[in-house]
Design a binder for this molecule. Sequence first.
Ligand code: ZN
Length: 167
Amino acid sequence: MQHSRSARALAFARARRAAQDWSDPYRPQGKLYPAVCKQCGATEWQGRWRWDEPLPDLPRVVCPACERIRDGAPAHVVELTGELPPWWNEVRGILGRVESGEVLEHPLERIMKVEVGDDRVRVATTGVHIARRLTAALIRRFRHQLRLSFAADRTTVEWVEPRVRRG
Ligand SMILES: [Zn+2]
């Protein structure tokens, strides 16, 4: 069944709110000491992770994103399915662009794995915010070619039209 436009907007708004309220179990609260991730080099200061030049002698830890990658435990999965193949190269470009923009500002928001299966591509992320941004970028580009469904740990994006209507 095709979602109506307003139902989709509502579902997207609900997913956005859920992302805002999300608290990462990989990110213990109240650990406010400065530290540097020994895997990726991101630094933490007062609970915020950045790509600052680390000071010498910072405690070496593993950041939540690298922990998730190590454990194979995504925060969210965006599943791309349906009539995706004709668009896959372009979609792959969008994923790359969104990630490089996002990770620069937010070191914990990364794509951890892109798994290309027979009938779907699974994009596993280390945070929910990048998953939401990926979905938003796909909606902006493909609009009504997409059918969406949102769950707490998964967003499914299905291409329902094989061709773009022009004009
Ligand atoms: Zn790290």
